[in-house]
Design a protein around this ligand. Structure first.
Ligand code: XMP
Length: 308
């Protein structure tokens, strides 16, 4: 078993050796991997690490503030609100793979723009073991990364030998808060992969409210501890409903909850019916644009966990 203190001590020593008195940057998302890396590297090189938090506008309700409040006094921290740029770049785009590519490209552009201001030699990345094992070792441990704008950075990966549960334990040891350490996996492109069809401000508002309701109700009864992920998806289907004595025409939202060990496969577990009904009622009563809620009952395979 991994000795946490030994790992932290050795890691700080190695990072000091590798980076020395140079500057380093990291893209901090507020997820466990990049947060643990940021704190480890900060402990090794102090203010020479700049953590750049690019807000693409697809975060969960309150998430940007949580990340800002947690790190603004703890790290040399830079918050970049790029939400308008992302929305503009995604205007009219429907194909899910195209959306991911555009999000990835804008993310790198924004990050590189900020990184250029810092004259850093090193880029810290929160790669963990499954990331490179799944890509069949294609990512080498010591490599340079060339960014599209021409910047070349040496990559430092302090947790590349660790698995998720080990990273969580290191996070606890580094006094990161429980809600960050235990939080469910959240995809890099965020809520954008939970909107089918074009991404608009209106749809983002709907999905973040629905997502908040799902999380709140699941966590209220402690079911989150048994689930891998639990969230809402906004489909691009509009369906008829009824409000008072008027017919209505609004969105169909899907609730998705799965158990999994590693996200390679996933199962829909038996779920408490009261919970599902409470979520459905809350979504339709609090989000006027939604007329219908359904529950996803498909395992992976054949479905994927996310809808897009
Ligand atoms: P799928 O939908 O492929 O998802 O069954 C498997 C796991 O990966 C997460 N996921 C992503 N994570 N960037 C990420 O960082 C992505 O583009 C992405 N797509 C899916 C998903 O939430 C699930 O845990």
């Amino acid at each position: 078993m991994l000795n946490l203190n030994d790992f932290i001590e050795n890691s700080i020593k190695n990072i000091k050796n590798e980076i020395g008195n140079d500057k380093a940057i990291i893209a901090l998302s507020g997820g466990i991997d990049s947060s643990v890396c940021s704190v480890l590297v900060k402990n090794a090189i102090g203010e020479n690490l700049t953590a750049i938090f690019v807000d693409h506008g697809f975060l969960r309700e309150g998430e940007a503030d949580e990340v800002i409040n947690l790190f603004k006094n703890r790290l040399n921290f830079k918050y970049i609100d790029a939400s308008e740029e992302f929305l503009k770049g995604l205007k009219g785009v429907i194909d899910p793979e195209k959306k991911r590519k555009i999000i990835g490209k804008i993310f790198i552009d924004v990050f590189e723009r900020e990184a250029e201001k810092i004259h850093s030699k090193f880029l810290v990345q929160g790669t963990i073991a499954p990331d490179w094992i799944e890509s069949e070792g294609k990512i080498k441990s010591h490599h340079n990364l060339s960014l599209p704008g021409g910047m070349v950075l040496k990559v430092v990966e302090p947790i590349r030998e660790l698995y998720k549960d080990e990273v969580r334990n290191i996070g606890r040891e580094l006094s990161l808060p429980d809600n960050l350490v235990n939080r469910q996996p959240f995809p890099g492109p965020g809520l954008a992969v939970r909107i089918i069809g074009e991404i608009t401000k209106e749809k983002l508002d709907i999905i973040s409210k629905a997502d908040y309701i799902v999380s709140e109700e699941v966590e209220k009864i402690g079911l989150n501890e048994d689930l891998w992920q639990y969230f809402a998806v906004l489909t691009d289907s509009k369906v008829t409903g009824v409000k008072g004595d008027q017919r209505d025409f609004g969105y169909l939202v899907v609730i998705r909850m799965v158990t999994s060990l590693d996200a390679m496969t996933a199962e829909v577990p038996d779920l408490p019916w009261n919970l599902i009904k409470a979520i459905s009622k809350k979504i339709t009563s609090e989000i006027s644009e939604v007329t219908h809620v359904s529950l996803s009952i498909s395992d992976k395979p054949p479905s994927t966990i996310e809808f897009a």
